[in-house]
Design a protein around this ligand. Structure first.
Ligand code: 2AM
Ligand code: CA
Length: 276
């Protein structure tokens, strides 16, 4: 294989981008139309790990579109209608049909459809759709990131940790098996404020938009971050595990994403000694 083959053809990519954008809006309209209908809720790994028929139907909607229009593409997705991937070869759609399922069920808002498209392991296209707010975040590699039709500026490099808002799940401030909660508590004391939105994809989008400076969490699946990392990267943000190392496209990992200097400071001054 020649080096050039690793990158997706620009015309192919733009057509693909427009297809995904239009299907994303169609899927969002289907969700909005049925938002007040009664839900069938099931649990997965534990009582708070939830899935509904809507999660499954949105994933099936995209699986069908991919089969119809992009037969040679592969699908890695949360709810079981995708392919069994062994490596990062080819063109892979990584889909979370509803990221923030608990919000979807309890709040009927603050959830997103998340789609990242990778070609030979390189992130090419990312979409995060905040369905109820009707905000579509998107990016193409080296093409910048957008919120709806507005290009997002590069992140401010000079913001200090003390002026920052960071997002994290409050669970990590409680005594737990994985990390030292005292380090997390000192981080929370040092920043300007904390938030928890409960949708990793949206938290990535908010980092890209520059309305929060960082988001960190201890366990994420590939579909939680696939789209968001492409969007954050396009505005100069960082995405690593809590040791500051790159995370592979198929890995389940801890994650910190953020403004470059805030990310650097949190990794080097707080997360270095956080593992139990
Ligand atoms: P989900 O709604 O698609 O399950 C909530 O803090 C965020 O973490 C959401 O993006 C949620 O995705 C994700 N999440 C929840 N439980 C998880 C788990 N056990 N492993 C990985 N990600 C999880
Ligand atoms: Ca999900």
């Amino acid at each position: 294989m020649k080096m050039g083959d690793l990158k997706m053809d620009l015309v192919v990519r733009e057509t693909l981008f427009n297809h995904v954008r239009s299907w994303m809006l169609d899927a969002g309209a289907l969700i909005k139309d049925s938002i007040d209908d009664p839900l069938t809720i099931s649990t997965k790994s534990n009582v708070n790990d939830l899935v509904t028929e809507v999660d499954q139907n949105v994933e099936k909607f995209f699986a069908k579109k991919i089969k119809e229009h992009y037969k040679d593409h592969l699908l890695l997705s949360e709810e079981g209608f995708g392919d069994n991937l062994k490596d990062t070869k080819g063109t892979v759609w990584i889909i979370d049909p509803i990221d923030g399922t608990m919000n979807f069920i309890n709040q009927k808002r603050n959830f997103a459809i998340s789609i990242g498209i990778y070609h030979e392991g390189i992130g090419e296209i990312g979409f995060v759709y905040d369905v109820m707010a009707n905000n579509l975040y998107s990016a193409m590699r080296d093409g910048g990131a957008f919120k709806n039709d507005q290009r997002l500026p590069l992140l401010n490099q000079n913001i200090a940790l003390e002026e920052s808002i960071i997002c994290l799940n409050h669970y990590w401030l409680c005594e737990n098996r994985l990390i030292d909660e005292k380090v997390m508590q000192s981080l929370v004391k040092d920043v300007r404020g904390t938030r928890t939105y409960g949708s990793a994809a949206l938290e990535f989008a908010h980092v890209a938009e520059g309305i929060i400076e960082a988001y960190l969490t201890m366990r994420l699946e590939p579909w939680d971050i696939a789209a968001g990392r492409i969007i954050v990267t396009e505005v100069g943000g960082k995405v690593t595990n809590i040791n500051g190392e790159e995370v592979g496209m198929l890995e389940r990992s801890s994650i910190i994403t953020g403004n470059p200097n805030v990310h650097k400071k949190i990794v080097s001054e707080y997360l270095k000694n956080i593992k139990k």
